[in-house]
Design a protein around this ligand. Structure first.
Ligand SMILES: [Zn+2]
Length: 219
């Protein structure tokens, strides 16, 4: 890098390039390196529990398209993620284990019974525009953003659909849980192609593997 700077300085056409010498460059490089390390390093906090939250349930179907109920997909996916995490020695619990209605406050209260927890709410998406597809993750806190990012990039590395990225939202379950929290929308069941995939066991298993991988990477 320095050789390029020196070469640039000796060239009259590049006079505007600031005269950076090693002592000036070093702090900037150290800061940049530190930022990169912080952005990619696993969380420094020790988490004892992963609380998985299958969205909706009971009287609340969530999205409902062509006979496919979001609440059913969410619970199946949560069970799969739980099984994978347990197989890796990570204690994981669910906010509901059957087709029952659990309020958002109750979900947060269940999670808050587990000290040092990570909270991941699992959902499938829908839009009145049936051409919309993709996976997106939501967060509220800055730690939540890191968790959402770890899950979203793990999903995006394997699943071919639109990567809709990370979004900050003041969702109740994200704000009321004391632990680090994220919410994942695993695909649009309003889109015929994505619904067929999301409604398949093999696909939910891949979703589960990538979500579990993202969680473990964050921890
Ligand atoms: Zn939902």
């Amino acid at each position: 890098m320095m050789r390029h700077l020196r070469a640039a300085r000796s060239h009259t056409a590049h006079r505007r390039i600031p005269r950076l010498s090693p002592p000036n460059l070093l702090p900037a490089l150290v800061a940049a390196l530190g930022f990169l390390l912080l952005a990619t390093a696993p969380s420094a906090q020790a988490y004892k529990w992963v609380v998985l939250d299958p969205g909706h349930g009971g009287k609340d179907n969530g999205a409902y398209w062509s006979g496919v109920r979001e609440k059913t997909l969410n619970l199946d996916l949560a069970r799969r993620v739980q099984a994978i995490l347990k197989s890796k020695g990570v204690p994981a619990v669910l906010t509901r284990t059957s087709d029952v209605y659990v309020s958002l406050d109750q979900r947060a209260a269940i999670a808050n019974k587990y000290s040092d927890h990570l909270f991941v709410s699992l959902h499938f998406n829908a839009s009145l525009n049936r051409s919309v597809t993709g996976i997106e993750s939501f967060y509220y806190s800055s730690n939540g953003r890191k968790l959402a990012s770890a899950i979203q990039s793990s999903l995006a590395s394997r699943i071919r659909t639109k990567n809709r990225g990370l979004k900050k939202r003041s969702y109740k379950v994200l704000m009321k849980t004391k632990g680090t929290a994220a919410l994942v929308e695993c695909g649009f069941i309003s889109n015929a192609w994505e619904r067929k995939r999301c409604n398949s066991d093999w696909f939910r298993q891949i979703l589960a593997e990538q979500i579990a991988k993202g969680i473990v990477n964050f921890m």
